[in-house]
Each structure stands twice: as C-alpha cells, then as structure tokens.
Design a protein around this ligand. Structure first.
Ligand code: UD1
Length: 441
C-alpha cells in the first residue's frame, strides 16, 4: 500500500543529493520486510496475549502503524534498538483489551495499510469503524475486495461519512470468498478475520506473496488452523481464541531487489546479506536475462554485471510469483542504461508511471502507451533535481541518480523513509556519493 499522499507540513522535507558515476562495492544487510511486518502487527489485535515480533525494520510506516494500534488499546514495547536505530529490533505487542474500535481518518490517510485493522478488529470485537483510505499517487486503490470478502463471512457493512462501519454482533461465520482479482491486502484482512470465524472459510484466488505466507505461519503459531499456505486457496478452520507467539519477520525482497539493481546500474559488485533468493525468482530471472550475474554464496547474494552494457528486457508486473510492481520503477531506471529497447508493462496499478516524467528530466527516453512503457536504453542519464511521487518511484530515481553524470537531488524523501531503512547510509557505505540534506524541499 505504497504511494500515499503527502504527509502534513510538520513532517520535514529532507532531500537526497547524489553525485553519480561511482560503482557500489561492499555488503548490504537486508532489513525485515515492511509489507510483512505491517499485517503481522495487525494480527496482535486478534488476541489478548502478547505477540513478539523480531527482525522489525526501522521505518516511518512501522511507527505510523504502531500509533494506529496503540489507539485501539495495543501496548507496544520495542527493544533491541541500537544507537543507529538499525533493524533487527523486537517489538512486543499486546492487545489485552480493545479500547477503541475506530481507526480515524487522521491516521488512515497517512498510510493505506491501516485498513488492515478492519478484519482483526471485527473478528475480535464484532464491530469496527475504519476511515476509507481515499486516493493515492499510484491510483484509486479501492477496498471493495476487503468489504465483499468480510460480507461473505457474515459482516454487515455500511459506508457513511467517509467511514467503513462493519458489524458482526454474533461473530463472523466461515464462508467461501472467491476474489475476482488478486489482492494482497484483502487476502491478509480476510485471513486474519477468518481465524476467529465460526466454521471453515475458503479463500479462493488468494494472493500468495511471501508476506502472506509469513502472516499465515505466524497466525498458525498463535493457534490458527490455516491450510494451503503458499497456494492460491487458503482454508481456515476457525478457532475460539488465539494465543501469543514469537515470530521473526521475513527479509525484505523489494529492498534486496532494489540494491541488486543498484549494484547493476553502477557497474559495481554488492553482496546482499540476509536476502531470501527464493522470494526473488522473477526479478532475478529478469536480471539474469539482462546480463546481471547473481551468485549465491552461503547466506550472501553476490550481484554484479555479467556483461556491459546490459541488454534490454521485456517484462510485465504481476501478482507473486510474477515480477513485483514494487520493483517496476527500479528496473525502469536500470533499463535506461541497457542496450536496445525495454518494454515494461504495469498490470497491477493503473497510474504507476509517475517516475517517467522525472526520468525524462534526467535525459531518459521513455514512451508510455496505455499501461506499457518503452525505454530506449544507453541514452546517458544526466543529474537533475527530481521529485519523488511515491515510495518505489523514489527508489527508482535514487538508482537513476547513482548512474547519472553530475548531481541529482531527489526531493520529498519522506516517501523513501517510509519503506527503506537508512537507504543513503547503506549506499554510502558501499562507496556511493550520497548525502541527506535536511530541511525544506
Ligand atoms: C500491497 C503492498 C504494495 C504492493 C501491492 C501489490 C503492502 C502494505 N503493500 O498493497 O506494496 O504494491 O500489494 O503487490 O503490503 N484492488 C481492488 N480492490 C480492493 C483491493 C485492491 O480493486 O479491494 C486492486 C488495487 O487497486 C490494485 C490491485 O487490486 O490494482 C492489487 O492491490 P493489492 O494487492 O490489494 O495491493 P495492496 O494490498 O494495497
């Protein structure tokens, strides 16, 4: 649920300045996955017992979501934070009592993923009121699939005053939910809700992203009875109550993919520590086609160009196990340096090419027609001031800046901070000339 609106004016407007042209060399530790951590945190609402999460990334979105949960009555305790605020931290969450079943507009508008409280709150309390998230930079992003799914479990839902009001006074009842379209968030909401529903629920055409597998495994540790994990049909036998658990968040496959592309775009060599290659099959296959070499060495993934220049590739974004939409902006940046014409079709979000006009300002030649971008490679990127529109677009622009001649300043870095832990520090440690400029952007 990237691509939120701009935050309030009180949130600082840092920029990142990059002087491009330096190859990256070194080792980058991959943090825990934001998109796995958020639903895992929401799962704490399902039980009055403590849920202990490890390998949590240190990100703005995690803090935002902690605030959402805290006003519902979840007590949160973070430990393991070192002075640099690095990842690997533990978070204890305990929703001993739900004190408030409403997620207000002021919080939900900051982060769409807040809608993940809907299923768990409803299942635990029989009532939930959650602000409609509204639009965002990468499209309309409706929540109809979440609502239709909960209705199939017996919830009564009304939309009024910009809010979703969901009731299930006698509890949710198991049922069959056939998703007309694959949705990560709707699958997560339904999976959590179904754990406490009476009887059996079948989720058909469910998303099967690794983050969903992670959530399902954690729910089972909490006493849920979920079968079919990792497939597109999840079967959930409802239980009367869940207990606590201890669970580590999986590594961030999008962060790993981003740094693999950063290594390739700078013609450097980077070792990714702690990445899970099994979650990266589609992007690694695309990189291999382009001529990027990725070798496994124990727990490390060693990434470098196998040929120079790289070759243009054709790809389309798809639900997992396909190529992730969250790496689309980054692969587009990489393709501006490849030989030939790359073709990148965006199939998940209708308006996710906001980085294209910014890449044009850096000298890229990209035509967009419908949902497909054609990138003419080897045009030579030149540094420029650019504006980030959403989280992954920002990462694409940083990559372009690393490869460009001269200076690039990426404005609105708060998008990047939502999903990448200390990106400029990780890049600088590998020799990039990159610096955060504090203040107005
Ligand atoms: C999640 C990820 C996000 C990623 C996206 C797709 C999190 C916090 N965010 O977002 O980083 O880009 O998956 O992999 O995990 N849709 C509907 N109706 C709905 C719900 C979704 O039409 O009720 C549409 C969306 O507009 C979109 C598509 O379904 O076109 C997929 O969206 P979805 O998988 O739900 O994305 P998110 O869960 O929001």
């Amino acid at each position: 649920m990237d691509g939120n609106r701009a935050p309030d004016a009180d949130i600082h407007m840092d920029r990142i300045r990059i002087r491009g042209g330096r190859p990256l060399h070194g080792r980058i530790a991959i943090s825990g996955a934001k998109n796995a951590a958020l639903p895992l945190m929401a799962a704490a609402l399902l039980t009055d017992a403590p849920l202990r999460l490890g390998n949590l990334p240190h990100l703005a979105d995690i803090t935002t979501f902690a605030n959402v949960l805290s006003q519902h009555g979840v007590s949160l305790h973070m430990d393991g934070a070192d002075s640099a605020g690095a990842s690997g931290r533990r978070l204890d969450l305990r929703a001993e009592r739900i004190v408030n079943t409403c997620a207000p507009y002021e919080l939900v508008r900051r982060m769409r993923a807040s809608v993940l409280v809907l299923g768990p709150l409803l299942a635990r309390s029989g009532y939930a009121e959650v602000s409609l998230p509204g639009g965002c930079a990468i499209g309309t992003r409706p929540v109809d699939l979440h609502l239709r799914g909960l209705e199939a479990l017996g919830a009564e839902i009304e939309l009024a005053d910009g809010y979703i009001r969901a009731h299930a006074p006698d509890g949710l009842k198991g049922g069959e939910v056939v998703f007309p379209k694959v949705s990560v968030g709707a699958t997560e909401n339904l999976l959590m809700a179904a754990t406490l529903a009476e009887g059996e629920t079948r989720l058909v055409n469910a998303a099967r992203e690794p983050e969903i597998t992670d959530l399902a495994q954690c729910l089972n540790k909490m006493g849920a009875r979920i079968a079919g994990i990792g497939t597109d049909t999840l079967t959930v036998r409802g239980v009367a109550g869940l207990h606590g658990a201890d669970h580590d968040v999986i590594p961030d496959r999008i962060e790993a993919g981003t740094y693999a592309m950063a290594a390739a775009i700078t013609d450097g060599e980077v070792e990714l520590a702690g990445a899970e290659p099994a979650h990266l099959e589609a992007p690694l296959a695309v990189l291999a086609d382009a001529g990027v070499s990725v070798e496994r060495d124990g727990g490390l993934l060693r990434v470098r160009r196998g040929r120079s220049p790289l070759d243009a590739v054709a790809l389309c974004t798809e639900p997992y196990p396909g190529f992730p939409t969250d790496l689309q902006a980054q692969i587009m940046a990489l393709m501006t340096t490849a030989r030939g014409q790359a073709q990148i079709a965006e199939r998940i979000f209708e308006n996710r090419f906001m980085h294209v006009p910014e890449l044009h300002r850096m000298g890229a030649e990209i035509d967009v027609e419908g949902g497909t971008a054609r990138v003419r490679g080897c045009t030579g990127l030149r540094g420029a001031p650019v504006m980030a529109s959403d989280l992954r677009a920002s990462a694409g622009l940083v990559l372009a800046g690393l490869a460009a001649s001269g200076e690039t300043v990426v404005n609105r870095v708060y998008h990047l901070d939502r999903g990448y832990e200390r990106m400029e520090e990780k890049l600088a440690a590998c020799g990039a000339d990159v610096e955060r400029l504090r203040g107005e952007g």
